[in-house]
Design a binder for this molecule. Structure first.
Ligand SMILES: Nc1ncnc2c1ncn2[C@@H]1O[C@H](COP(=O)(O)OP(=O)(O)OP(=O)(O)O)[C@@H](O)[C@H]1O
Length: 606
């Protein structure tokens, strides 16, 4: 094993040890015990052969035989070496080996499951720390693929690594016993092992390269597949399902080709190993019988150990190549976790937030790169006030709400929550007081009850609360029409409900949550006029009891806002009440005129 290989092996060991601690050593100890007990049992064949040879009376063999001490030890313990005792000892060692084999086998399952569980939990924890800015930039397919198939491949990598380590240890036990029996054999085992390793080295390298390739193709497969599902309606309606599927099929072929190549290399390894090891055994026998005059028992026993050792070596090499086959995923997973660590935030540290009273932005600037999308923003959101953000499409309204909710970090300036810097505040707690109703309502593939209560227990208090929110969000008629009432499923992305219903369900969820700060991002865009009026009147009723930040393209929604901010290219162009802004800003006046304000219309300013 070259030095770089050894450090690679130790690196992987460190990685697995991190998840399993001393469990790894227990598993290795069990494998060692199995090998040793097997060896001890086999070694009893030596006195057995000699007993048979000498007609029942044990006579230590003449010449080189390092296992004699073992036989003498039995005599020392007062166990006389007659045929019955030797046979009983053989039975004893192999029965004990059976018991240890059971422990080893079961413990290996425990080890695998503990590893998989710990890795999955770690991945879930790390994913929950990802900051939104990084999330916006990362390929969603990579996250999905890592969490599903890649983690599984990492599990398989560990499985083969553990099996390889266990068999390697057994190889060493047999080699050690062979060495004790006859050093020449041991030397030949080592030479044989090194020789076959040399032959297979390039195959290992190639397998590793292909495996890395498969991991990256798998990422793009998941990415393309997710997009197909996400945009299925569009693709179906515009006859683009088939051309898009072509992309997917191409990737499927590529993955399959990669696996075939690995399979081909594995087949070479499987097919050539036995002839190669037999060739080594033949040479060993020839050398032993021609040049060394060891006694027959010692030769047979050494060969037995030697052959077992080689067999184990074959198994080891198979596991090792399988490990290489999955090592691409292991590397990918390590890189993924390192990337997430570098882009993660501890959302649960900092000053506690019991409620949101004020949120203030001071000279706040933000950009994904050098280009600032928000520039020198100053605004203060007072408790129970309603502020509105207006401006043309792309002016920065959504980005500003992402800053207010702590989703995106500022590049310059500061954000204060209740007068305290947000970066020293417990963001998780702060966000738990925020309701967010977006242009695209978030619907989970679950029941109406779970969608609104976020999987709360279904007791009478929560059900009452749920029904109140249903009524307040004007979902009463919809609810009455449901055969399964609160248990009605909403389907994937809410396909079983209309756009307006989806938005009202999202509103009901925020009402149930009892928030301090409600962000409405064009919340009424999918509602019909009547429903819009209902929701509007709900906001009117709650105006003064709750803090609202409203992004509204329809100016009718915000005519009573306490303060309206007009955004232009990431800057606040003007601010004031509706009438103040009409006087202050030509642009706002035009927006009002364009919407023929006075009627509740449906046209949008974009
Ligand atoms: N993830 C992103 N990476 C880079 N630029 C982005 C990203 N998201 C938004 N932007 C850019 O930021 C600018 C402001 O976008 P934002 O969504 O805040 O505008 P908006 O006023 O809410 O628009 P609309 O009314 O159309 O929703 C746009 O120029 C947009 O291209």
């Amino acid at each position: 094993m070259k030095f770089s290989k050894l450090t690679g092996f130790l690196d992987d060991f460190r990685f697995f040890f991190f998840y399993l601690k001393s469990k790894i050593f227990i598993a290795l100890l069990l494998s060692f015990s199995v090998g040793l007990l097997d060896g001890l049992g086999l070694a009893m064949f030596l006195p057995l052969l000699q007993l048979v040879e000498s007609g029942g009376q044990y006579q230590p063999a003449e010449g080189e035989n390092n296992l004699d001490f073992y036989v003498t030890m039995f005599e020392f313990l007062g166990i006389s070496l007659n045929l019955t005792n030797v046979l009983l000892m053989i039975l004893f060692f192999f029965s004990l080996k059976g018991a240890f084999r059971f422990l080893e086998s079961y413990y290996t399952v425990v080890l695998n499951m503990t590893f998989t569980e710990n890795v999955r939990i770690e991945a879930i924890e790390y994913i929950s720390t990802i900051n939104y800015k990084y999330f916006n930039q990362i390929d969603a397919g990579k996250i999905q693929n890592t969490l599903s198939s890649e983690i599984d491949r990492v599990r398989l990598a560990f499985q083969s690594y553990a099996s390889a380590s266990q068999t390697l240890l057994t190889v060493m036990v047999y080699a050690g016993l062979a060495f004790l029996t006859n050093p020449q054999f041991a030397l030949l085992v080592v030479i044989g092992g090194l020789f076959s390793n040399l032959v297979y080295n390039s195959l290992y390298k190639r397998t590793k390269e292909i495996s890395k390739g498969i991991t990256s193709i798998n990422h793009s497969f998941h990415s393309v597949m997710m997009q197909q599902i996400h945009n299925f309606k569009y693709l179906r309606a515009t006859g683009k399902v088939a051309p898009y599927s072509k992309k997917l099929k191409y990737i499927v072929h590529e993955v399959s080709d990669g696996f075939k190549k690995i399979g081909f290399l594995n087949s070479i390894l499987t097919a050539t190993r036995e002839p190669l090891s037999i060739a080594v055994v033949v040479v060993v026998i020839l050398v032993q019988t021609t040049y060394f005059l060891a006694d027959l028992g010692s030769i047979i026993l050494s060969l037995l150990f030697f052959y077992r050792s080689l067999n184990q070596l074959i198994i080891f090499q198979n596991h090792w190549n399988t490990f290489y086959g999955y090592s691409g995923s292991l590397i990918g997973y390590k890189e993924f976790i390192a990337e997430i660590k570098a882009n993660g935030i501890d959302y649960n540290k900092g000053k506690d937030v019991q409620s949101i009273d004020t949120v203030e932005l001071k000279n706040a600037s933000f950009g994904y790169d050098q280009t600032l999308l928000l520039n020198d923003i100053n605004l203060k959101i007072e408790k129970n006030s309603t502020i509105a953000l207006v401006g043309q499409s792309g002016s920065g309204k959504t980005t500003l709400t992402n800053i207010i909710t702590g989703l995106l970090p500022l590049q310059k300036g500061s954000i204060l929550v209740n007068g305290h810097p947000l970066n020293e505040t417990n963001i998780q707690q702060f966000q738990s007081h925020i309701g967010y109703i977006t242009q695209e309502p978030v619907i989970f593939n679950d029941t109406l009850f779970n969608n609104i209560t976020f999987w709360d227990e279904k007791n009478s208090e929560n059900l009452n609360n749920f029904m109140n929110c249903i009524k307040k969000a004007s979902l009463g008629d919809f609810f009455d029409s449901l055969e399964l009432s609160e248990d009605a499923p909403l389907g994937n992305n809410g396909v079983m409900v209309s756009g307006g219903q989806k938005q009202r369900i999202a509103i009901a969820r925020e009402l149930y949550k009892k928030v301090d700060l409600m962000i409405l991002d064009e919340a009424t865009s999918a509602l019909d006029s009547a429903t819009e009026r209902d929701i509007q009147s709900y906001f009117e009723e709650n105006k003064g009891n709750l803090t609202f930040v409203i992004i509204a393209h329809r100016l009718s929604t915000i005519k009573n806002a306490d303060k309206i901010y007009l955004l232009k290219k990431g800057r606040i162009e003007a601010s004031g009440s509706f009438s103040e802004l009409q006087q202050l800003s030509e642009e706002f006046r035009k927006m009002v005129e364009l919407q023929d304000f006075g009627k509740v219309d449906t046209e949008e300013v974009r």
